[in-house]
Ligand binder design. Structure first.
Ligand code: GCW
Length: 634
């Protein structure tokens, strides 16, 4: 049987002084019923009261409030969705000990409209960059329903997720056939009760592949009507269908370029088809390999000029960094310049480049670094503010705001790759609901819900989580290095790798090591990627003395004898960081060893096995990278 993850509520529940729980909602809906079911799993039915009269001042939309009056707890919202999120928040707070007799009130609502899991799941049940087994969706059996679909929906909704893209962005057109739409509709029927809308990745050439047309040109009338008819067919089956996600003109996927059209032309034809039903098109900005000299610059160059060219129900989904889900990247410059276009953030929960299902790396601190990154000049003409607007604020201000996470789920018993990897799924939900949350607080919540209240266990789990990302950056890609993983699968180090189909997939393209130094020159003397950022960021990055060391080799080709903040030369600092990374990985394992005997032995051992791999891998990273980079310094 598969794990319940944080819905194990391992912390136990204090019911003292809790006489009644009142759920107050404008009207009785299926989503409200789901909320009631969650509550009933914890409380006796006679302690739960449902009130469907309109309550004055009940929070609107997806917001909710929880109030305590003499042991009667009222969770209210105008909508079933709000009550559902309120119930999950209530149960979370209760189990982590934040609701007791002194509790008065807590109100919350999401800062971001769309919080979406992107599944890169294929027709054959495999998952691209999936490390937790096969797809949760059993396409062969659907529309037959599996209990696990419901538990997926519960887990997702419990952290605020409200959208699920069922299939890989490298999209097979078959997903848009009637047969598969019926399967998707069956999943949508389950998810709907948890306020989760289903999306599909669409292949841009579907009008050719399925419709038998000779073109997929977005300005062709037959193509436009093909998409309109397809949308009508989908909405007849899935009335709350969220929309399409599209990867176009990227890594071999079809797109508008071949017809001499732009990404906006491409997105708009789908947007127009979806708009009568309230659907949206999410168009990905992950493009490169069309003649540029610096891959990191490409998406900005192609999309910036299209700002104002997209329909209102079209969104551009941008990865957090300009390259590709590396252990650490500066933020993607598009977040600073697209003024009129709605932007979704795309994170990858799946750890493709961060040790996959084997390394325990808590991503919340990384996502926080991105959200807090000052990227855009403040709007006010004469601003007294010194600082740039953060990415979180930019996202929040969009007409359609959204955060997408490439899911790490699969059909393994542990869902996500290890008993710790679910911390990232949890954190994704929590931060996409409210990006201002503190990553250590999220770690604590997950620790108690998943591992119980023993203070020694909590202390160890939280230390592991909060130190793991910096450890990973140190032992894999310190000082702004990136994309030096093995070419075939992105696991393990291979900085010297010189085979593979494309120049911009080979590690030397990214690190540029030579006798003079190390790093990609993106300054004004190099590719000038620095000028894709607003001033004063551009100047800050451009100057080797002011560029933050965490991005040093991202923006500069640095001489081996250049002296860093520590007083060490680049050469020595690199050696130092790789060593420190190994020691940090060992420290994570040592912390885990402190919980032996305090958590069930099988769970203890399963995690320890992962740490053994992580430590061995960190040592390999050190050995391989130090030997390779040092060979240039002789
Ligand atoms: O991270 C890279 C992956 C590809 C992926 C691509 C993308 C789905 O290596 O597997 O394809 O990005 O985001 O489209």
């Amino acid at each position: 049987m598969y794990d319940k993850l944080w819905l194990r509520y391992a912390g136990g529940c204090i019911e003292k002084n809790m006489r009644r729980v009142v759920l107050s909602c404008g009207k009785r809906t299926n989503v409200l019923n789901a909320a009631i079911a969650e509550l009933k799993a914890v409380f006796p039915a006679n302690a739960i009261i449902i009130e469907t009269a309109e309550r004055e001042n009940a929070p609107e939309g997806q917001g909710f409030s929880i109030r305590n009056r003499d042991g009667v707890f009222t969770i209210s919202s105008q909508t079933g969705a709000g009550v559902l999120y309120g119930v999950f928040a209530f149960l979370r707070l209760l189990h982590i000990g934040k609701i007791d007799e002194n509790f008065v009130e807590f109100a919350d609502s999401p800062k971001i409209l769309w919080r979406i899991l992107n599944h890169w799941d294929n027709l054959d049940g495999s998952i691209e960059r999936g490390y937790a087994g096969k797809s949760l969706w059993k396409w062969d059996e659907l529309p037959k329903i599996d209990q696990r679909y419901l538990d997926y929906a519960r887990l997702a909704a419990s952290v605020g997720v409200n959208g699920s893209v069922l299939n890989n962005v490298n999209a097979n057109s078959v997903f848009l056939t009637r047969e598969y739409l019926e399967k998707a509709a069956a999943l949508a029927n389950v998810f709907r009760d948890y306020n989760i809308q289903v999306f599909l990745s669409a292949n841009f050439a579907a009008p050719i592949n399925l419709g038998g047309l000779s073109t997929a040109d977005p300005l062709d009338d037959a193509v436009r009507s093909w998409w309109r008819e397809k949308a009508a067919e989908i909405y007849a089956l899935i009335p709350d269908f969220g929309g399409f996600v599209v990867k176009a003109d990227s890594e071999g996927q079809p797109g508008p370029y071949v017809y001499g059209r732009t990404h906006a032309d491409g997105a708009n034809v789908l947007a127009d088809a979806l708009s009568p039903y309230g659907g949206i098109v999410v168009w990905r900005a992950f493009v490169y390999g069309h003649g540029e000299t610096d891959r990191a610059k490409k998406a900005y160059v192609d999309f910036k000029s299209l700002d104002r060219g997209f329909r209102d129900n079209a969104v551009v989904q941008v990865k957090n960094g300009p390259i590709d889900f590396q252990p650490r990247e500066p933020v993607h410059p598009l977040f600073g310049v697209m003024e009129a276009t709605s932007l979704f953030m795309e994170f990858q929960i799946a750890q493709e480049y961060l040790g996959q299902g084997n390394h325990i790396v808590f991503l919340a601190p990384m996502w926080k670094e991105i959200f807090q990154f000052g990227i855009r000049l403040p709007k006010e003409e004469i601003s007294t503010k010194q600082s740039l607007d953060s990415v979180g604020k930019v996202l929040e201000g969009k007409k359609l705001s959204g955060i997408a996470g490439v899911s790490n789920t699969g059909d393994n018993e542990d869902w996500c790759g290890s008993l710790f990897h679910s911390a990232n799924l949890f954190a994704f939900g929590r931060l996409s609901w409210d990006w201002t949350l503190d990553s250590t607080d999220i770690a604590k919540e997950w620790a108690v819900l998943t591992w119980g209240k023993d203070p020694i266990v909590i202390d160890a789990v939280v230390k592991i989580l909060t130190h793991s990302w910096t450890a990973c950056v140190d032992y894999m890609t310190p000082l702004g290095l990136n994309h030096i993983m093995r070419y075939e699968h992105h696991y393990g180090p291979d900085p010297g790798c010189d085979h593979g189909q494309r120049a911009d997939w080979k590690p030397p393209y990214y690190h540029r090591a030579d006798a003079d130094g190390l790093g990609f020159d993106r300054t004004r003397k190099g590719s000038d990627a620095v000028d894709q950022y607003a001033s004063p960021l551009a100047e800050l990055f451009n100057n080797i003395e002011t560029c933050p060391e965490k991005y040093l080799l991202w923006f500069h080709h640095v001489p081996w004898d250049h002296v860093l903040g520590s007083g060490r030369t680049l050469k020595d600092e690199l050696v130092f960081r790789y060593r420190r990374g190994v020691e940090e990985a060992e420290q994570l394992r040592t912390w885990w060893k402190q919980v032996e005997g305090r958590v069930p032995p099988d769970r203890y051992q399963a995690v320890l096995d992962k740490f053994d791999i992580q430590v061995a891998d960190a040592r390999e990273w050190e050995t391989v990278c130090v030997a390779y980079f040092m060979s240039f310094t002789k």
